[in-house]
Design a protein around this ligand. Structure first.
Ligand code: HEC
Length: 88
């Protein structure tokens, strides 16, 4: 493997592990693939459209929802990652 490929490979791994770590807390309530109703009352996130996930997470940042602190800790980039990986 040449150096350029190695660098690419490592940076992909790092990104994946960062993603896995910030998403862990979400999975406690939403399920591994966002397939559950969090606390029995959220909608099933994996059935939402990408744009809807982005919209909801931005909304929660200034809401009274239980989601407020979780959404507030996410960067724009992390929100778009969640939407792209789990949304429809
Ligand atoms: C303590 C449990 C809990 C954790 C942890 C949690 N959520 Fe939630 N989530 C909820 C609940 C409950 C709702 C519904 C809240 C509402 O409508 O006010 C929700 C709603 C959502 C929605 C919108 C679905 C809908 O009902 O419209 C998205 C998207 C979402 N969460 C993503 C995330 C992400 C991403 C994380 C991690 C950064 C996360 N959640 C962490 C409980 C949780």
């Amino acid at each position: 493997m040449d150096l350029a490929r190695k660098i690419l490979f490592v940076s992909v791994l790092l990104h994946v592990s960062t993603f896995a770590s910030f998403i862990k807390v979400c999975q406690n309530c939403h399920g591994k693939n966002f397939e559950k109703r969090a606390l029995g009352r959220s909608r099933i996130v994996k059935n939402l459209k990408k744009e809807e996930i982005v919209e909801r997470l931005n909304y929660f940042k200034t809401s009274n929802s239980i989601m407020k602190s979780y959404a507030s800790s996410l960067s724009k980039k992390q929100i778009s990652l969640v939407a792209n990986v789990f949304g429809k």
